[in-house]
Structure formats: structure tokens, C-alpha cells
Design a protein around this ligand. Sequence first.
Ligand code: AGP
Length: 593
Amino acid sequence: MCGIVGFIGNQNAKEIILNGLTRLEYRGYDSAGLSLFNNRYQIFDVYKDEGRVQKLIDSTLNAPFSNIGIGHTRWATHGKVNQENSHPHYSQTRRFIIVHNGVIENYQQLKDQYLSKSNFTSDTDTEVIAQLIETFAQTLHVENAITTTLKLLHGSYALLVLDSNDPEKIYAAKYKSPLIVGHSESGITIASDLMALVGYSDTYHALEDKSFVVARREDVKIFNLDHVPLDIKFKPIELDDSDTTKGDYPHYMMKEIHEQPSVIRRIITNYYDKEQSLIKPEILSVMRDSDRIYILAAGTSMHAGLVGKQLIERLTSIPVEVHIASEFAYQNPLISKNPLFILVTQSGETADLRACLVSINERNYRSLTITNVPTSTLAREATYFLELYAGPEIAVASTKAYVAQVSVLAILAYELSTKSFDLKKEMSIAATSMEHFLESEKILDIVRLFLTRRNCFFIGRGLDYCVGLEAALKLKEISYIQTEGFAAGELKHGTIALIEDGTPVIALISDPKINGNTRSNLKEVQSRGAYTFHIVTESCKRDGDEVILEDVHPLLTPLVMVVPTQLIAYYAALERSYDIDKPRNLAKSVTVE
Ligand code: AGP
């Protein structure tokens, strides 16, 4: 969940690292730190404190030039958010300086077994790694000291290590947490996300688990933990500045909401050549042959999975179960004879999902990861993977990835069906309808009118219920308003007790068949004082409805219905002056269980 950037070469490492950390700050923003070589004193200086990267930029304004350095943005797991626990951490004599993303599960045991005489300055699991390397380096060559340490670690890590005795190298290693090596004429950049490399590297290599890297100014070598050299396959970086910056938008979230129509169009282009689907036939036949599909995911991706279940079950005869990844991983649910597991994940790094995939692979089941990051762990470790083509999603609150996930699941469902309609055409209509809404939306006025309370409900039925769950997550995630997504008909079975004068209840209605039922549920809450607000499609509209969206194909309504709810969340957070792109306590990719 943390962001890591290191650079060695013939340029100013500070600038490259700080720019990289700024781009990776969405991965964690409890603290930021940097280590640079001080040529005058021949030591690595360490600058670190709680707070954002901007604070680090300010505090390193006068740092001397260094061509080597490592940096980190933290999402705290072990130890409070404070200066001591910020990365980089150092070993006792300060010979080794390290930054780490991941969790070392056996750190206490390692501390007791090997480091009883060492003094610790932080509460982190990371410091144990630095101390172990130093301990082993007393008798071993530094590279062996590092790999000996790595072999003792249980858990996950992406690591960068500096050795004060040899300021001409950065060592790096990875297990479960992502790490990417970038290359250009001017040097080697190593980071936890491709975005940090844009503008500084021309090509990249995504490291495999248990790789050990020795990077020097002029070259990089990669080994396994037994020092056997591994192949390096550098690929061109295809992202550019427009993918990593906000452009004219005030926040990444707003930019990403507005990108949604083009994401749908990009998916159509990447998944179809004229009428021909470009999905590997093997994936479709495995799906067709499976007796049950298990969709596993977390958060927003799980909500997209709920929509996917309805689409697959409405268009095919394959039963689908949707499971929250963290629950599925350790509950041993009964599995059918011939299952297919679909892992839906924007980042491809979610630890709860990885735990599921490890056990799926151990049991030799087939799996398909649908992800936005083709280099991610879950893309690489599943039997098959499909890309979301949403482009980098930087706001912590997921928007365009949800739309991409629903779109790809819709394509899969459709390709397994009798194809009774033209999906490509219907998806294009949905994209255009989204655009029409975004051009003229007045959600801010509406939000000002009634979202002043500290609680809120979204209600809907069928696909609208799935969207309501996602709408509620979005609103609570960035505006901190306590919100529930509820099946409209279920409210009266208990939860209606929470409705008071002025409680906002937002209804989502896109299915004419159940329009009347949801309207009755609205009457029930109105008569108990609720302030109701209606988001409906044209064919469901009635007098007084506040947001009316153009009709789209009945299976694609989640694509358009979700957009006003994303804006409600956005404006509610804006009105409260909260940090929209980096909400409190969160981080973009959740790489701890
Ligand atoms: C949504 O806004 C969240 N940030 C979160 O729920 C997210 O969808 C979840 O953590 C799953 O992440 P993934 O899609 O990268 O696996």
C-alpha cells in the first residue's frame, strides 16, 4: 500500500524520486521520506516525517545533489503515524538504509531470535529487515547478507536497500508486493508503480516474486535468491503525462468520472475487431464448460461483481456466486465440481484476493483475473487475465475502474449468450448517454439542498440495488457520511427504524417493471419524514423526479446510473472541504490482509 521509488544514474535523484512519490502518494499518505547520498560527508542523509510528500519537498529544498537515492510514502501498518516510524529506516550503525512496502508477519520472532542485542528506533516490521542485513553483513558479503535476510522473511515485501559502504548501488527485492525496474540512458529507476517511471524511463521490467536486483548507474542485474541470474525483458512504457496528471480537472476523481465514456469506447475497441470478439476462445470455452462461476473481489470491484452475476445469469444458464475476497479466503466454502474463479480487481494487488488465488492455485482450479494492471501479481498468477483498459486510476475512490469492470463482465456474459442484441451498439449508446448527462449535470445544487445530514440511504431493486451499494461506499468513503445501500423492499424489515425527519433517501430506479414497487417504498420513508431524491431513467420518470437519465439497454443501466451517485459523493466531499482524492485512513491498493 506504500509507494516506493529509487534512482541511480547521472541525474538528480531527488527530483526523480520526489516526482515519483508525488505520483504514488495515492498508495499511502501517512508519511513520506527520502534518503540521498551526501558526497561531502560520504553518508546517506535521511529526510522523513509524518505528512504528505509536499512537506518532504519543502524540507529537502536545500539537499545537496545526489545521483542515488530511495524514497517512500507510507500507509501505516506497524506502529503509529510519526517521524520515527516513517521510512527510510536504518540499521543500528546506519550502514544500511531501506524502504519497504508490505508486511513482515514473523518480524517479532526474527527480532527475538537474531536481534536481541540490537537497539530499535521504530515500531515497524521494516526496521527488523535493516538490522538483520547489518547483522549478517558482519560475516557475509553484502549481497549474501541481503538474500539470507530475504529467505527468513514471511509475509510480503518490495524493498530498496542502500549500503553506505558502497554508494554506487541500489539493491532491490520483491515478494508479493509489486516492484518495477525502469531503464533509460540516464539511469535506473525502481518503483512500485509504472506511473513513477513516466518521463524518466523508456522501458520497464516487472519483477517476479523472489527476485533480487543489483542496480548500478550503468546497468542492472536481476537474480533469484540463490544468485542465479534471471532474464530481463524490458518493454516500452506506453503511459504519458496525460495519464498521470489531472489536466484541467480540480481532482483526479472528477477527471476519472469524465473519462468513463471513453473507457467504454476503449474497451469496445480492444475487445472487438468488427463483430469478432478478441477474447481468447479458451477463456470463453472454460467459462461455458464450468458448472458454476465464483466471482471474488473487494469493495467497489465486488459491487461490479454483483452486477456481473446478474448479467451472466440473465444471459446464460451458468450460476454465479459473488464472494467478498477476505471472507472467501479462509471460510472454505463448498465448491462445485467444475468451477471457474473470476477475480475482479482494479489494482491486481489486493492482498485478500491474493490469499484466495493462492488457495485456488493450490487446488488446481482455473482462474481468470480481470484487472486494470496487466503487470500485476493477480494478472500473472491466474490461469487467464483480461485487461480493463481504464488507464491509471489515481483517485482512491474508484470510478472508471467500476465502469470498466461492468463493461468487461457484460462482454463476457454476452459472448456466452445467444447474442439477441448488439452489445457493442448498446455500450456505445450507454457511453453517449453518460456524456450527455455529464455535460449538463446539476448535482452540486442538489447536494447543497439536502446532503447536510450525517447519514444517508441509497435504495434500489435488482441492478439498481447493486448500484446503490456502490453509491453508498463512494459517499461514505470520501464524504464520511454514514451511508447504507439497501434493497428497497428490505428497508421496512427493520432498517426503516433509522428514518427520521430529513434523513436523505436516494432512490435509483431504472427498471419499469419494478418502478411502482420502489415508489411504494419511497412513500413509506416519506411518511416517516425522509427527504427523498430520485435518480431515474427516462422510461421510469414521474413528476418531481430530480435526475433523469436517458434510457439504455436494461442490462447496462449500472453504467449510467452510477454516474450521478459518483458526483453526489464528489460534491458532498467538496462541500465539506475534504481531500477528495486521498480520503482519510485509506490507500489505493490494499496490499495487506
Ligand atoms: C473503492 O472506491 C475503493 N477504493 C476500494 O473499495 C477498492 O475497490 C477495493 O479496495 C478493491 O481494490 P481492487 O479493485 O484494486 O482489488
